[in-house]
Design a protein around this ligand. Structure first.
Ligand code: UDP
Ligand code: MG
Length: 316
């Protein structure tokens, strides 16, 4: 039967590794699905990778890598895709907020011929009101810009080997995994799931982190903000035309002087818009600069498979 790789990006998840691996093993064994679990420790500062090593030593089906530092969840997902040997893979969080019991259903749909099975949140779990508001706003705008319905989508999905290879073949470094599967196309179907509560530990996202994530994903996926700059410029030229006519009219009818308010407002508004626009353009240039440098997306410091091979050699 076809092998399923479970990819688990993990950052400071020492409390979750054993529990998550146990739950996965149980669910997948019950469903009679051949699997491997690939833990990608994203430069964890706790004993996450030690836990992975212990498990890998006991169980052939479990393996993992450790980054040299924290490279972010996107990089961890892509490293997992690279490591995975399966005919298909499922990406899921380490904290069991993506319920393992949904995986067999995803696998069955894959067997029926679907290349992508999207996990869709049926509710967003216990998130604070503010968090939910921002998430809604972000995904609302993103969906509009990308012409993809992104609401309630997540990183919890199953991908066929074909799709994995397409994603691995992308040369860009700043990726947005959640949207890329839509971009890639292929036959897809969605499965809804209830977001569980984090099993152990705390969420790794700060408010600043979320803003950075939103900005980075928008700019890595769409150039719409650049076009908005042009649009804003157009609107201002039109307004300037009307105001210009009015000013000239005042001048010729000798009723000028008045209108300092207009001048101050215009300087403030136009100055602000110019600065924002330059910021937007600067952001994209920074992006281009990063891509041009061509640095690797992540650096692997440790690999359970390699360490195992070394041990075996020493024993001989
Ligand atoms: N994660 C990661 N690198 C990071 C931050 C998070 O690999 O820099 C992993 C984390 O270990 C977890 C998943 O991404 O498996 C989701 O993170 P978290 O649960 O903190 O996010 P939330 O569920 O609160 O959105
Ligand atoms: Mg979580």
């Amino acid at each position: 039967m076809a092998l399923l790789s479970i990819i688990v990006p993990s950052y400071n998840e020492e409390a979750n590794i054993v529990n998550t691996a146990g739950r996965l093993t149980q669910v997948l064994t019950d469903a009679d699905i051949p699997f491997e679990i690939v833990f990608v420790s994203d430069g964890s500062r706790d004993r996450t990778f030690d836990r992975v090593q212990e498990l890998a030593a006991q169980d052939e089906r479990i393996c993992g890598i450790e980054f040299s530092r924290n490279f972010g969840k996107e990089a961890a997902i892509f490293a997992g895709l690279k490591q995975a040997k399966g005919n298909c893979c499922v990406v899921m969080d380490c904290d069991l907020q993506h319920p393992p019991q949904v995986i067999p259903e995803m696998y069955r749909l894959w067997q029926q011929g679907y290349d992508v099975v999207e996990g869709v949140k049926s509710d967003r779990g216990k998130e604070s009101g503010l968090h939910r508001m921002f998430a809604n706003l972000f995904y609302g705008i993103m969906s509009r810009l990308m012409k993809i319905d992104m609401k309630d989508t997540s990183d919890f999905k199953l991908l066929d080997r074909k799709v994995m290879d397409v994603l691995l073949g992308l040369t860009e470094r700043n990726t947005f995994f959640r949207a890329l599967t839509f971009w890639a196309g292929f036959s897809s179907v969605s499965v809804s799931y209830e977001v569980g509560e984090r099993a152990f530990g705390t969420s790794k996202w700060s408010f600043r982190g979320l803003i950075r994530y939103a900005v980075s994903n928008t700019t890595s996926f769409t150039t719409a903000p650049l076009q908005l700059v042009t649009l804003a410029g157009g609107i201002f030229i039109a307004a300037a035309f009307v105001l210009g006519i009015q000013t000239l009219f005042n001048y010729f009818t000798h009723s000028a002087v008045e209108g300092f308010t207009t001048v101050i407002l215009l300087i403030l508004i136009v100055g602000g818009l110019l600065m924002i626009s330059m910021g937007v353009i600067g952001h994209y240039i920074a992006r281009i600069y990063e891509e041009v440098k061509g640095r690797p997306r992540y650096i692997i410091a440790k690999d359970t498979a390699k360490e195992k091979a070394l041990h075996e050699k020493e024993r001989e």
